[in-house]
Design a protein around this ligand. Structure first.
Ligand code: ARG
Length: 589
């Protein structure tokens, strides 16, 4: 199903070609001044340059040529005017908008087909690395962004027909594991521990090993040494450390799955750094043999600098002087593993922007050392930080890291409070369920509506508000439409809708035909917030329309059908978007 804009552009092409204009200039663009025009043609300047003519003269001619353009036998423009210094301003004919939206409504995919909008060289399969939770450590607020953005990108790709492979890439292998194992041993808890125990044990063990000068706590050097040894034993599959570690992993992963499910985040694979533990050694040996890695101060490194680099690009260290492997080694081995086990055309990492240098080093080192079966793209969605009101990374009142669980339960309580204040006749069970859905929606939408690479201020009050670009506002719009549908009688909406568009309806129609363009923009820019911005504007237009027209009491049957059609379009598009955002919709609010 071709989009309306595509159809218009191909008709334009014919006219341009017939009149000696380059067909690559035959396209309409969304107008920057909606009060003057819906779309405009900006390319008269290019044509004028090509043909050495005056742009205004070209614009005059183009507007005369296309004034009566038709698509499928229907007039395209209700207004088509050249304007200085060389634009053509266009208003789309309501009848045409109406017809194409009617088609969209009768299409299961509401007119969005990746095969039609994606560039020809778009990947068929994308591997996403997101989530990045660490075993034996609780999920904290920093893990929220990478999880929800990654999940939405995955769903966007799937919506556009691109296959995906998603991997949480657990941090399950470093010194933290040795620390936890030794602490469990010391506390005699090896046979019986829960995730709650692990969450207490890790910070305790870490403090014990490192000490804290500000609190006059001396590092426990003997313990520290044991933790390092235990970590090394894991690398060599030695018992009992390996079995203890497996048990920790099992308990931790089961808990992580519950937490991620709460956020509507799902992974195909719960692989981790440890998945590649036996690959790392031979991989590094080969890199040394091949001369890609060389010795530098006892360690082994790969040079990844390029002449064009503007920033410093230190070599990638893959083996320390004591023989230990590093974070980069596990990422490189993971690339090798993924190349051997999957067939992705592109790798997308949704990871904190503070890891940009590390990932860039790994991407380059993997290419240089021939880990890739064929050349392919890597892309790092460099995720910004969630800040508190002070503009610094979000912390708890006592300055500690905020657990995601704490944040979610705070949001839930606040949402519940709001619901109770609203004084609706909801049962307790309903209230709890709705509060759960609304609070998660508020947190996720608050995050997703901010461009991924930018830092943003976490503001629970704002995110939970029913006003503005928030999750609850979007959900409320859908609940409003649902209640309209519930109040309609069966036969209503079946008459032929009247094509009678005031400016609000015209705006809704115009936005609605742009849905697939918005998804494409989000795809190209790795930016889910563009979808949020769009549905927010659509919801705003819908709510103006709702206040302007008495949908349920409209007596003109054909007008009522038109109103119902509008409800349907807005409902379908926002629901479709929320599926991409992985946000659930409550029945009532
Ligand atoms: N576990 C890491 C952390 O918490 C994030 C992992 C990101 N992915 C990767 N392939 N390095 O910092």
């Amino acid at each position: 199903m071709k989009s309306l804009v595509k159809k218009i552009n191909s008709e334009l092409e014919k006219v341009f070609q017939a009149n000696g204009y380059d067909k690559s200039f035959a396209y309409i663009s969304v107008s920057g001044r909606p009060e003057l025009a819906d779309y405009q043609i900006n390319s008269c300047f290019n044509i004028a340059k090509d043909l050495k003519k005056n742009p205004m003269e070209v614009a005059d001619n183009v507007s005369t040529l296309i004034k009566d353009l038709e698509v499928d036998g229907v007039k395209v423009f209700s207004n088509c005017e050249s304007c200085k210094p060389g634009f053509v301003n266009l208003k789309i004919n309501d009848e045409l908008l109406f017809i194409s939206l009617n088609d969209v409504l009768h299409d299961d995919n509401i007119g969005v087909y990746g095969s039609e909008i994606l560039p020809n060289d778009a990947p068929k399969c994308i591997l996403l690395d997101y989530g990045g939770a660490n075993v034996a450590k609780p999920l904290h607020v920093g893990h929220l962004r990478v999880a929800v953005i990654g999940e939405s990108l995955k769903r966007l790709y799937n919506r556009l027909g691109i296959k995906t492979i998603s991997d949480v890439h657990l941090g399950d292998f470093g010194l933290q594991m040795g620390l936890v194992i030794e602490e469990l041993k010391d506390e005699g808890k090896l046979d019986d521990f829960t995730t709650a125990d692990l969450e207490v044990i890790y910070p305790k063990a870490s403090l014990r090993a490192k000490g804290d000068a500000s609190k006059n706590i001396e590092p426990d050097l003997e313990f520290n040494k044991r933790a390092h040894e235990a970590t090394k034993k894991l690398q060599n599959n030695i018992e009992p450390e390996t079995s203890i570690w497996k048990k920790i992993l099992k308990i931790s992963i089961a808990d992580l799955k519950v937490r991620y499910k709460e956020l509507n985040v799902f992974f195909d694979y719960y692989y981790g750094e440890s998945t590649v533990k036996d690959i790392m050694g031979p991989m590094v040996d080969k890199m040394i043999d091949d001369g890609v890695a060389y010795e530098s101060d006892g360690a082994y490194v790969i040079d990844v600098k390029k002449d064009t680099d503007k920033k410093e690009m230190p070599p990638c260290i893959i083996r320390k002087s004591d023989g230990a492997v590093l974070y980069a080694t596990s990422d490189l081995a993971t690339i090798k593993f993924r190349e051997e086990n999957f067939d992705a055309d592109r790798y997308v990492y949704v990871v904190d922007k503070r890891q940009s240098l590390h990932l860039e080093q790994c991407f380059r080192a993997s290419k240089k050392s021939g880990l890739l079966k064929r050349d392919k793209d890597f892309y790092h969605v460099a995720v910004g930080t969630m800040n508190g009101n002070d503009g610094k990374p979000f912390k708890s009142r006592d300055g500690g890291v905020v657990k995601l669980e704490t944040l979610i339960s705070e949001a839930r309580e606040k949402a519940l409070e709001q619901l109770k204040n609203n004084d609706r006749d909801l049962s307790n069970a309903d209230e709890n369920k709705i509060a759960e859905i609304v609070s998660i929606a508020a947190l996720k939408y608050g995050d997703l509506s901010n461009s991924p690479t930018r830092d943003y201020v976490f503001d629970m009050e704002k995110f939970l508000s029913f006003q503005g670009n928030t999750g609850p506002y979007i959900l409320y719009t859908l609940v409003r439409i649902k209640s309209i549908f519930e109040k309609l009688n069966d036969s209503e909406g079946s008459s032929e809708p009247m094509i009678n568009c005031d400016s609000i309806i015209h705006n809704i129609f115009l936005k609605a035909i742009r849905y697939s363009d918005v998804l494409l923009d989000a795809y190209k820019n790795y930016d889910i917030s563009l979808i949020c911005k769009y549905i927010y504007e659509l919801a705003n237009d819908f709510n103006s329309f709702y206040h302007e027209h008495n949908i349920l009491n409209e007596t003109d049957k054909r007008k009522k059908s038109l109103f119902i059609m509008i409800c349907n379009i807005v409902d379908r598009i926002i629901r479709d978007s929320l599926e991409i955002l992985a946000i659930e919709i409550p029945d009532r609010m």
